[in-house]
Design a protein around this ligand. Structure first.
Ligand SMILES: [Zn+2]
Length: 468
Protein backbone atom coordinates (compact mmCIF):
# COMPACT_ATOMS: atom_id res chain seq x y z
CA UNK A 1 0.00 0.00 0.00
CA UNK A 2 1.26 3.47 -0.94
CA UNK A 3 1.21 6.29 1.60
CA UNK A 4 1.93 9.88 0.64
CA UNK A 5 2.06 12.93 2.90
CA UNK A 6 2.66 16.55 1.97
CA UNK A 7 4.23 19.70 3.36
CA UNK A 8 3.03 22.72 1.46
CA UNK A 9 4.60 26.14 1.76
CA UNK A 10 2.36 28.96 0.75
CA UNK A 11 3.43 32.62 0.76
CA UNK A 12 0.86 35.11 2.05
CA UNK A 13 1.36 37.31 -1.00
CA UNK A 14 -1.57 39.63 -0.32
CA UNK A 15 0.10 41.13 2.76
CA UNK A 16 1.78 44.53 2.68
CA UNK A 17 4.87 43.75 4.74
CA UNK A 18 7.14 40.92 5.84
CA UNK A 19 6.41 38.81 8.93
CA UNK A 20 8.65 40.63 11.44
CA UNK A 21 9.62 43.96 9.83
CA UNK A 22 8.18 46.62 7.54
CA UNK A 23 10.00 45.53 4.36
CA UNK A 24 7.61 44.70 1.52
CA UNK A 25 6.08 41.24 1.31
CA UNK A 26 6.14 41.65 -2.46
CA UNK A 27 9.90 41.12 -2.83
CA UNK A 28 9.60 40.28 -6.52
CA UNK A 29 9.54 43.95 -7.56
CA UNK A 30 12.96 44.82 -6.16
CA UNK A 31 16.54 44.68 -7.38
CA UNK A 32 18.41 41.93 -5.48
CA UNK A 33 19.11 42.87 -1.82
CA UNK A 34 17.09 46.09 -1.97
CA UNK A 35 14.18 44.91 0.18
CA UNK A 36 16.05 44.29 3.43
CA UNK A 37 16.54 45.91 6.84
CA UNK A 38 18.41 45.13 10.09
CA UNK A 39 15.51 42.96 11.32
CA UNK A 40 15.19 40.60 8.35
CA UNK A 41 19.01 40.53 8.08
CA UNK A 42 19.25 39.55 11.77
CA UNK A 43 21.71 42.30 12.68
CA UNK A 44 22.72 42.46 16.38
CA UNK A 45 20.33 44.54 18.48
CA UNK A 46 17.42 44.37 16.04
CA UNK A 47 14.09 43.07 17.33
CA UNK A 48 11.29 41.38 15.40
CA UNK A 49 7.78 42.84 15.52
CA UNK A 50 5.00 40.45 14.52
CA UNK A 51 2.76 41.35 11.57
CA UNK A 52 -0.73 40.99 13.09
CA UNK A 53 -2.36 40.72 9.66
CA UNK A 54 -0.23 37.67 8.91
CA UNK A 55 -1.58 35.97 12.03
CA UNK A 56 -5.13 36.78 10.89
CA UNK A 57 -4.51 35.41 7.38
CA UNK A 58 -2.97 32.23 8.78
CA UNK A 59 -5.86 31.79 11.23
CA UNK A 60 -8.36 32.24 8.37
CA UNK A 61 -6.59 29.51 6.39
CA UNK A 62 -6.74 27.27 9.46
CA UNK A 63 -10.47 27.88 9.82
CA UNK A 64 -11.16 27.31 6.12
CA UNK A 65 -9.39 23.95 6.47
CA UNK A 66 -11.58 23.04 9.47
CA UNK A 67 -8.63 23.23 11.87
CA UNK A 68 -8.64 23.88 15.61
CA UNK A 69 -6.86 27.11 16.54
CA UNK A 70 -5.45 27.27 20.07
CA UNK A 71 -6.24 30.26 22.31
CA UNK A 72 -2.57 31.23 22.39
CA UNK A 73 0.09 30.72 19.77
CA UNK A 74 3.87 30.94 20.16
CA UNK A 75 6.95 31.16 17.93
CA UNK A 76 10.16 29.14 18.07
CA UNK A 77 13.67 29.47 16.71
CA UNK A 78 14.73 26.69 14.37
CA UNK A 79 18.52 26.84 14.32
CA UNK A 80 20.55 25.89 11.29
CA UNK A 81 23.42 27.35 9.33
CA UNK A 82 22.79 27.95 5.68
CA UNK A 83 23.66 30.94 3.50
CA UNK A 84 20.00 31.73 2.71
CA UNK A 85 19.31 32.32 6.43
CA UNK A 86 21.06 35.53 7.58
CA UNK A 87 20.02 35.14 11.26
CA UNK A 88 21.20 31.50 11.39
CA UNK A 89 17.76 30.59 12.69
CA UNK A 90 14.29 30.65 11.21
CA UNK A 91 11.38 31.91 13.29
CA UNK A 92 8.66 29.28 12.98
CA UNK A 93 6.12 27.37 15.09
CA UNK A 94 6.26 24.01 16.82
CA UNK A 95 3.77 21.73 18.56
CA UNK A 96 6.15 19.55 20.55
CA UNK A 97 5.37 21.31 23.88
CA UNK A 98 1.59 21.43 23.30
CA UNK A 99 -0.53 22.94 20.56
CA UNK A 100 1.04 26.32 19.89
CA UNK A 101 0.88 26.63 16.10
CA UNK A 102 -1.91 28.52 14.39
CA UNK A 103 -3.89 25.43 13.37
CA UNK A 104 -4.15 21.66 13.68
CA UNK A 105 -6.51 18.70 13.33
CA UNK A 106 -8.19 19.89 10.13
CA UNK A 107 -9.19 18.05 6.99
CA UNK A 108 -10.05 18.32 3.31
CA UNK A 109 -12.34 15.91 1.47
CA UNK A 110 -10.82 14.50 -1.69
CA UNK A 111 -13.17 12.20 -3.60
CA UNK A 112 -14.96 11.07 -0.42
CA UNK A 113 -11.66 10.49 1.38
CA UNK A 114 -10.78 12.62 4.36
CA UNK A 115 -7.24 13.98 4.07
CA UNK A 116 -6.19 15.08 7.55
CA UNK A 117 -4.34 18.36 8.05
CA UNK A 118 -1.95 17.67 10.90
CA UNK A 119 -0.63 21.18 11.44
CA UNK A 120 -0.58 24.70 10.03
CA UNK A 121 2.24 26.97 11.08
CA UNK A 122 3.21 30.55 10.37
CA UNK A 123 6.87 31.14 9.58
CA UNK A 124 9.32 33.24 7.60
CA UNK A 125 10.66 32.37 4.17
CA UNK A 126 14.47 32.29 3.84
CA UNK A 127 16.37 34.23 1.14
CA UNK A 128 17.05 32.86 -2.31
CA UNK A 129 20.25 31.17 -3.43
CA UNK A 130 20.97 31.55 -7.12
CA UNK A 131 23.50 29.32 -8.82
CA UNK A 132 25.12 30.54 -11.98
CA UNK A 133 24.82 27.59 -14.32
CA UNK A 134 24.39 23.97 -13.18
CA UNK A 135 24.28 23.87 -9.36
CA UNK A 136 26.68 20.91 -8.96
CA UNK A 137 29.58 22.44 -10.85
CA UNK A 138 29.17 26.18 -10.50
CA UNK A 139 31.91 28.30 -8.96
CA UNK A 140 29.57 31.25 -8.39
CA UNK A 141 26.70 31.33 -5.93
CA UNK A 142 24.62 34.48 -5.48
CA UNK A 143 22.32 35.28 -2.58
CA UNK A 144 19.30 37.55 -2.69
CA UNK A 145 17.82 38.35 0.74
CA UNK A 146 14.77 40.22 -0.58
CA UNK A 147 12.62 37.17 0.20
CA UNK A 148 14.06 36.64 3.72
CA UNK A 149 11.30 37.18 6.27
CA UNK A 150 8.37 36.93 3.83
CA UNK A 151 5.28 35.48 5.58
CA UNK A 152 4.74 31.84 4.83
CA UNK A 153 2.16 29.30 5.95
CA UNK A 154 3.26 25.68 6.13
CA UNK A 155 0.48 23.13 5.80
CA UNK A 156 1.36 19.58 6.84
CA UNK A 157 -0.92 16.65 6.01
CA UNK A 158 -1.02 13.13 7.43
CA UNK A 159 0.24 10.44 5.01
CA UNK A 160 -3.35 9.91 3.84
CA UNK A 161 -2.90 10.03 0.07
CA UNK A 162 -2.88 6.73 -1.78
CA UNK A 163 -1.88 8.02 -5.22
CA UNK A 164 -0.25 10.99 -6.96
CA UNK A 165 -3.64 11.64 -8.58
CA UNK A 166 -5.25 12.28 -5.17
CA UNK A 167 -2.36 14.63 -4.39
CA UNK A 168 -3.04 16.61 -7.55
CA UNK A 169 -6.78 16.93 -6.80
CA UNK A 170 -5.99 18.02 -3.23
CA UNK A 171 -3.51 20.67 -4.38
CA UNK A 172 -6.04 22.05 -6.86
CA UNK A 173 -8.69 22.25 -4.13
CA UNK A 174 -6.18 23.87 -1.76
CA UNK A 175 -4.94 26.50 -4.19
CA UNK A 176 -8.51 27.42 -5.19
CA UNK A 177 -9.38 27.72 -1.50
CA UNK A 178 -6.38 29.96 -0.72
CA UNK A 179 -7.12 32.16 -3.70
CA UNK A 180 -10.79 32.41 -2.78
CA UNK A 181 -9.80 33.48 0.76
CA UNK A 182 -7.88 36.37 -0.80
CA UNK A 183 -4.68 35.62 1.14
CA UNK A 184 -2.48 34.15 -1.58
CA UNK A 185 -1.85 34.02 -5.31
CA UNK A 186 -0.88 30.39 -5.95
CA UNK A 187 -0.20 31.19 -9.62
CA UNK A 188 2.78 33.43 -8.80
CA UNK A 189 6.18 31.88 -9.40
CA UNK A 190 7.47 30.31 -6.17
CA UNK A 191 4.38 31.33 -4.17
CA UNK A 192 3.38 27.73 -3.47
CA UNK A 193 5.93 24.96 -3.07
CA UNK A 194 5.54 21.42 -1.82
CA UNK A 195 7.60 18.58 -0.39
CA UNK A 196 6.24 15.05 -0.51
CA UNK A 197 6.99 11.94 1.54
CA UNK A 198 6.36 8.47 0.21
CA UNK A 199 6.41 4.98 1.68
CA UNK A 200 5.18 1.68 0.28
CA UNK A 201 4.21 -1.60 1.96
CA UNK A 202 4.94 -0.19 5.42
CA UNK A 203 8.59 0.49 4.51
CA UNK A 204 10.77 3.48 5.31
CA UNK A 205 9.63 6.99 4.48
CA UNK A 206 11.44 8.90 1.74
CA UNK A 207 11.11 12.65 1.56
CA UNK A 208 11.28 14.47 -1.78
CA UNK A 209 12.31 18.10 -1.64
CA UNK A 210 13.12 20.87 -4.06
CA UNK A 211 10.06 20.64 -6.28
CA UNK A 212 9.20 23.79 -8.18
CA UNK A 213 5.71 23.04 -9.45
CA UNK A 214 2.74 20.82 -8.62
CA UNK A 215 3.04 19.23 -12.03
CA UNK A 216 6.61 18.16 -11.23
CA UNK A 217 5.53 16.97 -7.78
CA UNK A 218 3.12 14.52 -9.39
CA UNK A 219 5.86 13.25 -11.73
CA UNK A 220 8.33 12.97 -8.83
CA UNK A 221 5.84 10.96 -6.76
CA UNK A 222 5.19 8.59 -9.68
CA UNK A 223 8.91 8.08 -10.15
CA UNK A 224 9.52 7.53 -6.45
CA UNK A 225 6.73 4.93 -6.11
CA UNK A 226 8.08 2.98 -9.08
CA UNK A 227 11.65 3.17 -7.71
CA UNK A 228 10.57 1.89 -4.28
CA UNK A 229 8.44 -0.89 -5.81
CA UNK A 230 11.37 -2.17 -7.83
CA UNK A 231 13.59 -2.23 -4.69
CA UNK A 232 10.82 -3.95 -2.71
CA UNK A 233 10.40 -6.67 -5.36
CA UNK A 234 14.12 -7.41 -5.19
CA UNK A 235 14.06 -7.55 -1.37
CA UNK A 236 16.34 -4.53 -1.04
CA UNK A 237 15.66 -2.29 1.96
CA UNK A 238 14.43 1.19 1.13
CA UNK A 239 16.67 3.71 2.89
CA UNK A 240 15.04 6.44 4.96
CA UNK A 241 16.41 9.54 3.28
CA UNK A 242 15.77 12.86 1.63
CA UNK A 243 15.88 12.94 -2.14
CA UNK A 244 15.49 15.81 -4.53
CA UNK A 245 13.81 16.01 -7.90
CA UNK A 246 16.19 16.38 -10.82
CA UNK A 247 14.04 18.21 -13.31
CA UNK A 248 16.43 17.68 -16.21
CA UNK A 249 16.72 13.90 -15.86
CA UNK A 250 13.15 13.47 -14.47
CA UNK A 251 14.32 11.29 -11.57
CA UNK A 252 14.70 11.64 -7.79
CA UNK A 253 18.27 11.72 -6.47
CA UNK A 254 19.53 11.01 -2.94
CA UNK A 255 20.65 14.25 -1.32
CA UNK A 256 21.39 13.80 2.38
CA UNK A 257 20.33 11.68 5.34
CA UNK A 258 17.12 12.69 7.06
CA UNK A 259 17.65 15.35 9.68
CA UNK A 260 15.88 14.73 12.94
CA UNK A 261 13.95 17.51 14.64
CA UNK A 262 16.44 17.79 17.49
CA UNK A 263 19.18 18.74 15.05
CA UNK A 264 17.51 22.11 14.83
CA UNK A 265 17.78 22.86 18.57
CA UNK A 266 14.35 24.46 18.69
CA UNK A 267 13.70 26.91 21.49
CA UNK A 268 11.05 29.49 22.28
CA UNK A 269 11.47 32.84 20.50
CA UNK A 270 11.33 35.14 23.51
CA UNK A 271 11.52 38.32 21.43
CA UNK A 272 7.93 37.73 20.32
CA UNK A 273 5.24 37.54 22.99
CA UNK A 274 2.60 34.81 22.88
CA UNK A 275 -0.34 35.85 20.69
CA UNK A 276 -3.85 35.48 22.05
CA UNK A 277 -6.53 34.34 19.61
CA UNK A 278 -9.74 34.57 21.62
CA UNK A 279 -13.30 33.70 20.67
CA UNK A 280 -14.16 37.24 19.57
CA UNK A 281 -11.12 37.35 17.22
CA UNK A 282 -12.22 34.01 15.80
CA UNK A 283 -15.81 35.29 15.36
CA UNK A 284 -14.64 38.45 13.58
CA UNK A 285 -12.38 36.45 11.26
CA UNK A 286 -15.24 34.08 10.46
CA UNK A 287 -17.58 36.99 9.70
CA UNK A 288 -15.06 38.58 7.34
CA UNK A 289 -14.29 35.36 5.52
CA UNK A 290 -15.50 35.29 1.90
CA UNK A 291 -18.18 32.77 0.93
CA UNK A 292 -16.64 29.31 0.54
CA UNK A 293 -16.35 27.68 -2.87
CA UNK A 294 -18.77 24.86 -1.98
CA UNK A 295 -21.41 27.24 -0.68
CA UNK A 296 -21.04 29.40 -3.82
CA UNK A 297 -21.47 26.31 -5.97
CA UNK A 298 -24.61 25.21 -4.09
CA UNK A 299 -26.07 28.71 -4.39
CA UNK A 300 -25.54 28.80 -8.18
CA UNK A 301 -27.16 25.39 -8.58
CA UNK A 302 -30.13 26.10 -6.32
CA UNK A 303 -30.87 29.71 -7.22
CA UNK A 304 -30.19 29.67 -10.96
CA UNK A 305 -30.58 26.01 -11.85
CA UNK A 306 -27.05 25.99 -13.29
CA UNK A 307 -25.61 22.51 -13.98
CA UNK A 308 -23.43 21.37 -11.02
CA UNK A 309 -20.31 20.90 -13.19
CA UNK A 310 -20.69 24.41 -14.64
CA UNK A 311 -21.33 25.86 -11.17
CA UNK A 312 -18.23 24.13 -9.82
CA UNK A 313 -15.95 25.49 -12.57
CA UNK A 314 -17.13 29.06 -11.93
CA UNK A 315 -17.22 28.88 -8.13
CA UNK A 316 -13.75 27.41 -7.77
CA UNK A 317 -11.99 30.12 -9.79
CA UNK A 318 -11.82 33.61 -8.31
CA UNK A 319 -11.65 35.33 -11.71
CA UNK A 320 -14.60 33.50 -13.27
CA UNK A 321 -16.77 33.78 -10.17
CA UNK A 322 -16.09 37.51 -9.91
CA UNK A 323 -17.00 37.95 -13.57
CA UNK A 324 -20.17 35.93 -13.01
CA UNK A 325 -21.20 37.59 -9.73
CA UNK A 326 -20.92 41.06 -11.26
CA UNK A 327 -22.78 40.36 -14.48
CA UNK A 328 -25.71 38.08 -13.77
CA UNK A 329 -29.29 39.09 -13.25
CA UNK A 330 -32.02 36.60 -12.30
CA UNK A 331 -33.05 36.28 -15.94
CA UNK A 332 -29.67 35.74 -17.61
CA UNK A 333 -27.58 33.93 -14.95
CA UNK A 334 -27.69 30.59 -16.74
CA UNK A 335 -26.68 32.16 -20.09
CA UNK A 336 -23.81 34.07 -18.49
CA UNK A 337 -22.58 30.91 -16.75
CA UNK A 338 -22.64 29.01 -20.04
CA UNK A 339 -20.86 31.81 -21.91
CA UNK A 340 -18.09 31.76 -19.30
CA UNK A 341 -17.62 28.00 -19.25
CA UNK A 342 -17.91 27.37 -22.98
CA UNK A 343 -16.27 30.44 -24.52
CA UNK A 344 -14.43 32.67 -22.03
CA UNK A 345 -12.59 29.68 -20.52
CA UNK A 346 -11.45 28.62 -23.98
CA UNK A 347 -9.04 31.51 -24.39
CA UNK A 348 -8.60 32.91 -20.88
CA UNK A 349 -7.12 29.76 -19.45
CA UNK A 350 -4.14 31.02 -17.44
CA UNK A 351 -3.77 33.40 -14.50
CA UNK A 352 -1.67 35.65 -16.68
CA UNK A 353 -4.37 35.91 -19.34
CA UNK A 354 -6.93 36.54 -16.59
CA UNK A 355 -4.84 39.44 -15.35
CA UNK A 356 -4.45 40.95 -18.80
CA UNK A 357 -7.99 40.38 -20.02
CA UNK A 358 -10.06 43.52 -20.54
CA UNK A 359 -13.41 41.70 -20.47
CA UNK A 360 -15.79 43.20 -17.92
CA UNK A 361 -19.09 41.95 -16.55
CA UNK A 362 -20.84 44.59 -18.68
CA UNK A 363 -19.41 43.03 -21.85
CA UNK A 364 -20.82 39.64 -20.91
CA UNK A 365 -24.32 40.88 -20.21
CA UNK A 366 -24.28 42.97 -23.43
CA UNK A 367 -23.28 39.91 -25.45
CA UNK A 368 -26.01 37.79 -23.88
CA UNK A 369 -28.56 40.52 -24.67
CA UNK A 370 -27.34 40.67 -28.28
CA UNK A 371 -27.60 36.89 -28.61
CA UNK A 372 -31.02 36.68 -26.99
CA UNK A 373 -32.38 39.42 -29.25
CA UNK A 374 -30.87 37.54 -32.21
CA UNK A 375 -28.64 40.48 -33.16
CA UNK A 376 -25.61 38.15 -33.19
CA UNK A 377 -24.98 34.39 -33.28
CA UNK A 378 -23.14 32.47 -30.60
CA UNK A 379 -20.24 32.13 -33.01
CA UNK A 380 -20.02 35.89 -33.45
CA UNK A 381 -20.14 36.35 -29.68
CA UNK A 382 -17.02 34.19 -29.48
CA UNK A 383 -15.22 36.28 -32.10
CA UNK A 384 -16.28 39.49 -30.33
CA UNK A 385 -15.08 38.18 -26.95
CA UNK A 386 -11.59 37.60 -28.30
CA UNK A 387 -11.43 41.17 -29.57
CA UNK A 388 -12.87 42.59 -26.34
CA UNK A 389 -10.35 40.63 -24.29
CA UNK A 390 -7.55 42.48 -26.06
CA UNK A 391 -9.03 45.95 -26.50
CA UNK A 392 -11.73 46.30 -23.84
CA UNK A 393 -13.82 48.29 -26.32
CA UNK A 394 -17.56 48.65 -25.87
CA UNK A 395 -19.50 45.58 -27.11
CA UNK A 396 -21.58 47.55 -29.65
CA UNK A 397 -18.47 49.15 -31.16
CA UNK A 398 -16.74 45.77 -31.51
CA UNK A 399 -19.81 44.18 -33.15
CA UNK A 400 -19.95 47.06 -35.64
CA UNK A 401 -16.24 47.19 -36.35
CA UNK A 402 -16.02 43.46 -36.99
CA UNK A 403 -19.35 43.46 -38.85
CA UNK A 404 -20.71 40.69 -36.66
CA UNK A 405 -24.44 41.44 -36.98
CA UNK A 406 -26.48 38.27 -37.45
CA UNK A 407 -27.88 37.52 -40.89
CA UNK A 408 -31.48 36.51 -40.24
CA UNK A 409 -33.09 37.85 -43.39
CA UNK A 410 -34.64 34.76 -45.07
CA UNK A 411 -34.03 35.80 -48.66
CA UNK A 412 -30.38 36.55 -47.96
CA UNK A 413 -29.87 33.14 -46.34
CA UNK A 414 -31.84 31.43 -49.15
CA UNK A 415 -29.47 32.95 -51.71
CA UNK A 416 -26.46 31.54 -49.92
CA UNK A 417 -28.15 28.14 -49.56
CA UNK A 418 -28.77 28.06 -53.33
CA UNK A 419 -25.07 28.69 -53.96
CA UNK A 420 -24.10 25.93 -51.55
CA UNK A 421 -26.54 23.47 -53.17
CA UNK A 422 -24.80 24.19 -56.50
CA UNK A 423 -21.33 23.70 -55.07
CA UNK A 424 -22.06 20.62 -52.92
CA UNK A 425 -24.22 18.41 -55.14
CA UNK A 426 -23.14 15.11 -53.56
CA UNK A 427 -23.78 16.45 -50.05
CA UNK A 428 -27.30 17.45 -51.12
CA UNK A 429 -27.99 13.91 -52.37
CA UNK A 430 -26.58 12.49 -49.13
CA UNK A 431 -28.72 14.80 -47.02
CA UNK A 432 -31.84 13.70 -48.90
CA UNK A 433 -31.06 10.03 -48.22
CA UNK A 434 -29.67 10.46 -44.74
CA UNK A 435 -31.18 13.50 -42.98
CA UNK A 436 -28.60 13.28 -40.17
CA UNK A 437 -25.90 14.51 -42.56
CA UNK A 438 -27.67 17.85 -43.06
CA UNK A 439 -25.31 19.56 -40.60
CA UNK A 440 -22.60 19.49 -43.24
CA UNK A 441 -24.68 21.89 -45.36
CA UNK A 442 -25.46 24.09 -42.35
CA UNK A 443 -21.74 24.23 -41.68
CA UNK A 444 -21.04 25.35 -45.25
CA UNK A 445 -23.56 28.22 -44.91
CA UNK A 446 -21.91 29.23 -41.66
CA UNK A 447 -18.50 29.15 -43.31
CA UNK A 448 -19.68 31.37 -46.14
CA UNK A 449 -21.29 33.90 -43.76
CA UNK A 450 -18.34 33.76 -41.34
CA UNK A 451 -20.67 32.33 -38.70
CA UNK A 452 -23.20 35.14 -38.98
CA UNK A 453 -26.21 33.27 -40.36
CA UNK A 454 -28.99 32.52 -37.88
CA UNK A 455 -28.36 28.78 -37.36
CA UNK A 456 -31.96 27.87 -36.52
CA UNK A 457 -33.36 29.66 -39.56
CA UNK A 458 -30.60 28.21 -41.76
CA UNK A 459 -31.49 24.67 -40.74
CA UNK A 460 -35.20 25.29 -41.35
CA UNK A 461 -34.60 26.73 -44.82
CA UNK A 462 -32.23 23.93 -45.86
CA UNK A 463 -34.71 21.29 -44.68
CA UNK A 464 -37.56 22.87 -46.62
CA UNK A 465 -35.39 23.11 -49.74
CA UNK A 466 -34.59 19.40 -49.35
CA UNK A 467 -38.30 18.74 -49.06
CA UNK A 468 -38.01 17.47 -45.47
ZN1 LIG B 1 13.17 43.86 6.74
Amino acid sequence: MTKIGLEIHCQLTKLESKLFCSCKANYREFEPNHNICPVCMGLPGSLPRLNQKAVESAASIAMALSCETPDKIAFFRKNYFYPDLPKNFQITQLNVYGDMSVGGEGYVNVENKKIKIRRIQLEEDPGRIIYEGASERTKITLIDYNRAGTPLVEIVTDPDFESPRQVRIFLNILSDLLENLGVAEPGLEGAMRADGNVSIEGGNKVEIKNIGSFHDLEKALHFEITRQQSLFERDIEIAQETRHWDDRRKITVSSRSKEEDQDYRYFLENDIPWVKIDQSTRDTLKENMPESISSKKDRYVEKFDIAPQVAEIIASDRYYSKLFENSYSDSNAKDIANLITTDVIGFIDTKEKQQNSKITSQHLSDLIDAMNSKTITRNSAKVALQEIMKTGKDTKIVLNELDLGQVSDSSEIENIISQIFEEEKQAVIDAKERPETVNFLVGKVMQKTKGKADPVKTLELIKSKLGQ
